[in-house]
Design a protein around this ligand. Structure first.
Ligand SMILES: [Zn+2]
Length: 308
């Protein structure tokens, strides 16, 4: 039972291995060996069960309980069963195990890659040492370089706007993929020539949203003459507001005259009587009946009670 739990804990990433021993000291040392009787030759693919020799491989795994975990794997060398094969002896291969030259398990490599992306080389190595998963800064950087970066989707609808590198002095241009909602490029200035040079490298762009800058308008005409230029929403609203202000400014005198004119208030019909007088007239009777313990509505205060 205990071995099964330990196998689940330490050998999850190594399905072809059985647990031989677990030694807990400053670090946790897990010894395991392969359960397979044969292995395929990496050159000709022929399976062989003829063991030539064996050796130990050491893999760092994810730390556990504040201790580093080291997997000591017993790996065999086989003699190729194909006489014509030039590879006489080959090392055991694992379908789901570590690659031949790996020094860490797959999940430990993923952790180092996360550290490399978030922290970089030196900081990533220092944090890894605290975990503890000792690794050098250069290894952290190599793991970042080994990451496969998914190519970004080709943008067809972009937005162009300026941003301040130094306010009121130096401005650049930011280009946003509007389909993804992500910035994809920063240009060092906001000139038409720079924007046109970038657009010429992106012939697939169909729609360009921009502000009212004449430089951008010129840059789009130079770099992507077939793309459709549209005004972004903020400037559409700004244009509308300015047009409305101009119109209201022209008609200001008329609007003031209308506002200051005395518009006759239509005569409303007299409000309908709501029996307030009768209430006031019958109040003494109702009050006296309340005091006598008989709660009757004012409207029926003068009427005889059912019992009287
Ligand atoms: Zn072979």
């Amino acid at each position: 039972m205990a071995d099964e739990l330990l196998s689940r804990l330490f050998l999850t990433a190594l399905p072809g291995f059985r647990l031989d021993r677990v030694l807990v000291e400053d670090a946790i040392v897990v010894t395991a060996s392969s359960v397979h009787q044969e292995s395929p030759c990496p050159l000709c693919g022929t399976f062989s069960s003829r063991v030539h020799s064996q050796y130990g491989r050491h893999l760092a795994d994810l730390p556990s309980g504040g201790r580093a975990v080291m997997l000591n794997l017993t790996v065999r060398r086989f003699v190729c069963a194909q006489p014509q094969c030039s590879r006489r002896i080959f090392c055991e291969r694992f379908a789901y195990g570590p690659s031949p030259y790996a020094r860490r398990t797959e999940r430990a490599c993923r952790l180092v890659q996360h550290l490399s992306v978030i922290l970089g080389g030196n900081a990533g190595a220092q944090l890894a040492l605290k975990l503890p998963l000792p690794v050098s800064a250069s290894t952290v950087l190599r793991s970042a370089l080994a990451l496969t970066v998914t190519p970004a989707p080709v943008p067809e609808v972009i937005g162009v706007d300026d941003f301040a590198l130094r306010r009121c002095q130096v401005y650049g241009t930011v280009i946003v993929d509007l389909a993804q909602g992500k910035p994809i490029e920063l240009l060092p200035d906001r000139s038409a020539e720079t924007l046109a040079a970038w657009l010429k490298q992106q012939p697939q762009i169909k729609i360009i949203s921009r502000d009212r800058s004449m430089e951008y308008e010129k840059g789009v005409r130079m770099g992507a003459p077939n793309a459709q230029q549209v005004l972004d929403r903020w400037h559409v609203i700004k244009n509308f507001r300015e047009a409305l202000e101009r119109q209201l400014g022209r008609d200001r005198q008329t609007i003031l005259a209308v506002c200051q004119a005395r518009v006759p208030v239509p005569q409303c019909p007299a409000p309908r009587a709501r029996n307030f007088g009768m209430r006031r007239a019958s109040w003494p009777a109702w009050s006296s009946s309340t005091k006598s313990g008989r709660c009757r509505s004012p409207a029926t205060a003068n009427e005889p009670s059912p019992g009287g």
